[in-house]
Design a binder for this molecule. Structure first.
Ligand SMILES: C[S@@+](CC[C@H](N)C(=O)[O-])C[C@H]1O[C@@H](n2cnc3c(N)ncnc32)[C@H](O)[C@@H]1O
Length: 66
């Protein structure tokens, strides 16, 4: 995932639990870029009601932030 033109997020070796979110063309969540206390963050936000135990998905389409 591209964070800025000169930076990407690669969770191959390290990352939080979001590294396990799979792709869907009809996803139930999306990524948003926020600046929090001056630092760039990416969060996952629901796009529809998600039932307990339902798999989270988002669209892996190439996104550039910044
Ligand atoms: C960020 S990881 C997602 C978590 C991964 N499925 C796992 O178990 O560690 C991205 C990788 O998951 C697989 N993947 C993600 N979405 C998929 C999908 N809809 N169908 C098949 N494989 C998928 C691909 O191998 C992809 O490179």
């Amino acid at each position: 995932m591209s964070l800025r033109p000169d930076a990407i997020i690669d969770a191959t070796m390290k990352g939080n639990i979001s590294r396990f979110i799979n792709h869907s063309c009809d996803p139930n969540s999306e990524t948003q870029k926020w600046t929090v206390d001056g630092e760039l963050r990416i969060g996952f936000f629901s796009r529809k009601n998600i039932k307990q135990g339902e798999e989270l998905t988002f669209d892996y389409q190439y996104q550039r932030y910044g």
